[in-house]
Write a protein that binds this ligand. Sequence first.
Ligand code: IPM
Ligand code: MN
Length: 351
Amino acid sequence: MTYNIAVLPGDGTGPEMVREGIKVLEAAGQKQGFKLAFHPYDLGGERYLRTGETLPDSVLQELKACNAIYLGAVGHPEVKPGILETGILLKIRFSLDQYINLRPVKLYPGVHTPIKEKGPGEIDFVVVRENTEGLYAGVGGFLKKGTPDEVAVQESVNTRRGVERCLRFAFEYCRKRDREKKLTLCGKTNVLTYAFDLWERAFHEIGQADYPELQRDYVHVDAAVMWMVKNPEWFDVIVTDNMFGDIITDLGAMIQGGLGIAAGGNINPKGVSMFEPMGGSSPKYTGQNVINPLAAISAGAMLLESLGEEEAAAAIEGALMRVCRDHVKSMQAGQMGYSTREVGDLVARYL
Ligand code: IPM
Ligand code: MN
């Protein structure tokens, strides 16, 4: 079996992180008896500055033909913020209909969390973020732009179909997960009385009809961030919209040890999915062999899981946990006690 993986190393430290991820993925494939063919694409700031292109249609077509996409990071100090994010990252999410952004928040033994008196037993939940609608849909516009009477409108788009498929994914995920069997809807029903009314109705209708054995819970987003710090053990699976999901998963990344370890998947369950470390391109650490590749390696494990290579994914997670427990001193770039390459070597060795 050979899987075709499109690789988008991207900008800054993206290539260094992805290089270690590929090292580990290849080692895992060798152990489990599958092959990975990596197809690199030079999308990112450098290409944009050279050619003005972000994501050409021809590349998009090729991405659609792969088994999965492995992304490093996009973001370049000389490119105006927004161009690469919308032109590459969001364009892939939308064009490939990757309607789920799956972000596990799991504290591994040996990893420091800033939350006092909480450990791996308390910090282990997953955020299912809707990934194609909400405020990210790009609906809105300006009126009288540049004048004192200027108006800017940006609408949150919530379709029954889009909300429902996200909720169903979350219910299914919660059912399979060996934890509390509790799905928490994170919204703002007290103010966003249209959008989250739809979410809440769909949540209970679907839950009652098709997942009656799962516990249903609701939190307002402002309370959710409070509980994520105070009582993270209350959460098993959280489902939420695109914007809230973006915000709460950065907090999630911090409580699991930082962006050096946090990974996520942009998932189309019936199509091509994309996996990425959550941290950005970290320009100031570029080329220094000090960035933490564990998030990228973890994203690689998620990628294999999505391909059905569960054993290989579990092996990577096990090796990664050992490296966290016995080696890496801090998840912070430059403070790991090891170089980027050495961390990759360690994970590959423990597979
Ligand atoms: C993320 C990022 C992106 C988002 C940006 C870079 C467009 O913050 O993946 O969480 O807002 O979704
Ligand atoms: Mn974000």
